[in-house]
Design a protein around this ligand. Structure first.
Ligand SMILES: [Zn+2]
Length: 116
C-alpha cells in the first residue's frame, strides 16, 4: 500500500488555467511511503499536485501553462525530501525474535543440550 506524506504546500501567484483566478493555485509536494503490518518505509519518490481552491479543480500537468511549469520547477528545487528509511513495527520484531528463539532451540536440540 502506497501512501503519501505532505512535505509542503505553496500558493502560486499564477492564473488558474480553468477559472483564471489568481488566488486559487495551490501546489502540494508529497513523498511516498509504504506501510503494512510489518514496516513503515519512506521511499525516495516525491510527487506534486496542483489544485485550484477557487474552482476546486485538480490541474494535471497537461493543463499547465509555461509560467506554471517554471514556478513548479523552481519550487521543486527548494523542497527537501525526507531521507529514505525503513522502520520495523512491533509485529515484525516479534516474528524476528521468535524465529531467532526457534533457531537457538533447534541448535540446542541438535547438539543434544536439550532432550525431550
Ligand atoms: Zn481555478
Amino acid at each position: 500500500m502506497s501512501k503519501f506524506i505532505t512535505l509542503s504546500t505553496v500558493s502560486l501567484n499564477n492564473n488558474c488555467p480553468e477559472c483564471f483566478s489568481k488566488e486559487g493555485l495551490e501546489l502540494t509536494f508529497k513523498q511516498e511511503f509504504k506501510e503494512n503490518k510489518f514496516f513503515r518505509s519512506i521511499t525516495d519518490k516525491t510527487t506534486h499536485f496542483l489544485r485550484c481552491t477557487v474552482c476546486e479543480t485538480d490541474l494535471f500537468p497537461v493543463r499547465w501553462t509555461e509560467a506554471i511549469e517554471r514556478v513548479v520547477d523552481y519550487h521543486q528545487k527548494t523542497i527537501t525530501p525526507k531521507p529514505k528509511s525503513l522502520k520495523l513495527k512491533r509485529l515484525a520484531w516479534v516474528i524476528i525474535l521468535s524465529i531467532d528463539a526457534l533457531i537457538i532451540l533447534g541448535v540446542l536440540i541438535g547438539f543434544g543440550v536439550i532432550k525431550f
